[in-house]
Design a protein around this ligand. Structure first.
Ligand code: SF4
Length: 260
């Protein structure tokens, strides 16, 4: 029997390769581009930017509405005792300082009385506060300097205040704001953290934050701005666990630490 002829293979008429122009074929091999909205949803790369002017205005409008007259929490009976309380408050809580100063200010509420008390006794009154030895010495020395150079008055000048023992820019700013009504921003640890978090102003030093905030906070809010921010940082936007559920500006905050 003659061997069966294997069927003649059917010639393919035209391959897809030939039919499709090269350019199109090349394009088909390329991975499809992600839709634009997928890209937009990605986490933005690069440096963070402060929230815009509109958001800053809204943030302070809400702070003002919630607390029109914010107050500092350091107890004092006059400008001199305010200055002393702020000097004592460095790296200490306001509550801890108040506990010590109630008795101290009851007997020494002027530079003369403080000097008469003497450094050793001042130290006894403030020994529950951190760094009390240095602070007691500074309180004694600044009281003496106020008597000798400024007629026992606290000078209404940030530059002069900064020359007093134990008084830095933050302390001077608090006194200028609370005692003399100047629209200064005193950058403490809360304010530094909060400003970088939201962010309102971004900076690596308290001075950079202070100058940055002065640029972006509208004048109408400047007088109370640092109190609003300090109180918000102390009670809501806390260092370890910000209470974002209770935060009245959560929709405006762009912090990666935000929990909602
Ligand atoms: S949303 Fe959270 S992280 Fe942002 S400011 Fe409020 S408490 Fe702070």
């Amino acid at each position: 029997m003659p061997a069966k002829k294997s069927p003649t293979p059917i010639k393919k008429k035209a391959t897809a390769k030939k039919a499709v122009p090269r350019k199109v074929a090349r394009a088909a091999k390329k991975p499809a581009k992600a839709p634009a909205k997928t890209i937009a949803a990605k986490k933005p790369k690069g440096r963070r930017r402060p929230v815009g002017a509109e958001a800053v205005h809204e943030i302070f409008t809400r702070f003002r509405k919630a607390n029109p007259e914010p107050k500092g929490e350091l107890e004092h009976v006059n400008v001199f005792t305010l200055l002393v309380a702020v000097v004592l408050s460095a790296q200490a809580t306001d509550a801890g300082v108040n506990k010590a100063t109630r008795a101290l200010f009851a007997i020494a509420d002027t530079p003369e009385k403080m000097v008469a008390l003497g450094e050793e006794k001042i130290r006894d009154y403030v020994k529950t506060i951190g760094l009390f030895r240095t602070k007691a010495k500074n309180v004694y020395l600044l009281s003496r300097e106020l008597i000798e150079k400024y007629d026992s008055n606290v000078p209404p000048s940030r530059e002069i205040l900064e020359t007093l023992p134990g008084v830095g820019r933050k302390t001077a700013n608090v006194v200028m704001n609370m005692a003399f009504g100047e629209p200064t921003i005193a950058v403490d640890t809360h304010l530094f953290r909060l400003s970088n978090r939201i962010p309102l102003a971004i900076g690596k030093t308290p001075l950079a934050i202070e100058l940055g905030l002065e640029k972006v906070i509208p004048a109408e809010f400047m007088q109370h701005a640092h109190h609003w921010l300090i109180l918000h940082g102390r009670y809501i936007c806390k260092a370890r666990r910000p209470d974002c559920e209770a935060c009245l500006i959560s929709d405006l905050c762009t912090s990666p630490e935000k929990t909602i």
